[in-house]
Design a protein around this ligand. Structure first.
Ligand code: ZN
Length: 442
């Protein structure tokens, strides 16, 4: 997803309310006053938790892998309109030295090409959403089969192997069965036996052929006849995870694991999966914990560019250090209690992020004008209100040390590797939506 180029803070236009006669109401007057006052002075707890970071002049990280994706729903002009969604994801390898050689204000296209040459992997597919007739089956069956085949065939099955690796915990000496899931047809609770690609539903009256990709839960985002573009968004997020963990798996399977010390993995967006897709979250946490216990620290961050955390940071950043160029980078690792009291707008019965997140939230202020929201994993979820502590985040120091070198000068709070990945994963850069639409009309 692209960086938001809009500057400024939300509610800056609040004073325009002054033109309305409603301002005669005392209630509204006090409301407006309070909320302006709130911005003038955030409570001390909000700004007192920031820590000064003493960087190390030597960076251990010199390789970066960054993953990003995009999708676009396209409708034909026919009646009823046919609708499909195109999905594209990419993972890009960049060396830190090659990034240094690029002008971060006005990058030269040839320099960019050099950085990206032979170092990106792409994946794409098309999912029917509605009014596409297939002689082979319903829309529901078509989508299930396209998802299975797209993941299974690409890169000679490496992404599919990663799905198996996560599902069956293949880093263990004794891998396990898959997470439980419900049959897309009869809803019976099932699991795949270790290492299998397909199975038949064990409910004898159903007995449908099922794929490992069904375990992920895409079928819950569609009916027999149609799917929403939510399925394209979910497919994109799952593929971003599979591409990222394909590189991690291939590194892991090498004898020498020291490569992990020198590598930073970056995902555009939060380190989380939502609703039915959370099934892979405990698997990812278990692997990172397993690696941590073996002394292998895997440097991973996600960057959030929109949403509640970005909004919250934008209201407080101007009150925290660094306020001038001579001051050092400052950061704040958010505890679950902080998220619940300061960021979330609804109370929660479980600790924040327990079901869906595999990274914790960190605010970073790099210099007086650059602030960002990143996610960093801990391995196992730390199930307490006052967790996590900064030293519980995997290799936070090495990450904070490299971060200033990755900051973009084109978008406030942008990371240069993500900008590059946006460029190659964006669907606007390859067949335009108009051409896609014409294909649909044929
Ligand atoms: Zn069944």
């Amino acid at each position: 997803m692209a960086y938001n180029s809009k500057g400024g803070l939300p509610f800056e236009s609040a004073s325009k309310l002054g033109h309305l006669y409603l301002m005669n109401s005392e209630w509204i007057n006090s409301l407006v006053k309070d909320f302006e006052a709130h911005y003038a002075s955030p409570s001390s707890t909000v700004i007192s938790n920031w820590i000064e970071f003493n960087g190390n002049p030597h960076n251990s990280i010199d390789q970066i892998w960054v993953v990003d994706g995009s999708y676009v729903p396209v409708q034909s002009d026919a009646m009823p309109p046919k609708e499909v969604a195109f999905v594209k994801t990419a993972i890009l390898n960049i060396s830190e030295t090659s990034l240094k050689s690029i002008d971060k204000y006005n990058p030269h296209p040839m320099d960019l090409q050099k950085v990206m040459k032979d170092s990106a992997l792409f994946h794409s597919t098309v999912l029917p959403l509605r009014n596409i007739k297939s002689s082979r089956g319903t829309n529901f069956e078509t989508v299930r089969n396209i998802i299975f085949e797209s993941i299974k065939v690409d890169e000679k099955g490496e992404y599919f192997e990663t799905l198996k690796w996560l599902s069956y915990q293949k880093w263990l000496d004794t891998p396990t069965n898959s997470p439980f899931f419900n049959c897309p047809y009869c809803e019976m609770e099932l699991e795949f036996t270790v290492n299998s690609d397909e199975m038949h539903c064990i409910n004898s009256t159903c007995n449908k052929e099922l794929y490992l990709t069904d375990m992920i839960g895409f079928h819950l985002d569609m009916t027999e006849e149609k799917a929403t573009d939510g399925i394209a968004s979910a497919y994109m997020t799952i593929m971003e995870h599979l591409m990222l963990f394909t590189i991690i798996r291939l590194y892991w399977n090498r004898g020498d694991k020291t490569q992990f010390n020198k590598t930073l993995f970056i995902k555009d967006g939060p380190l989380s999966l939502n609703s039915q897709y959370v099934k892979l979250v405990p698997r990812i946490r278990d692997f990172l914990q397993f690696a941590k216990e073996k002394g292998v620290l895997i440097n991973i961050i996600g960057q959030e560019k929109t949403g509640k955390f970005v909004d919250h940071l934008s209201t407080i950043a101007r009150y925290v250090k660094p306020l001038d160029r001579n001051e050092k980078l400052h950061y704040h690792v958010l505890t679950h209690a902080y998220v619940e009291s300061e960021v979330q707008d609804k109370p929660s019965t479980i600790n924040y992020g327990k079901r869906s997140n595999w990274g914790e939230k960190v605010f970073v202020k790099v210099d007086p004008v650059t602030q960002l929201v990143i996610n960093v994993p801990t391995g196992d979820y730390l199930d307490s209100k006052n967790a996590p502590l900064p030293n519980e985040l995997i290799n936070l120091e090495a990450i904070l040390n490299i971060l200033p070198n990755l900051v973009s000068r084109r978008f406030s709070g942008g990371l240069y590797p993500i900008e590059l990945a946006n460029g190659i994963a964006s669907l606007s850069s390859y067949p335009s939506a108009k051409i896609l639409q014409q294909l649909l009309n044929e």
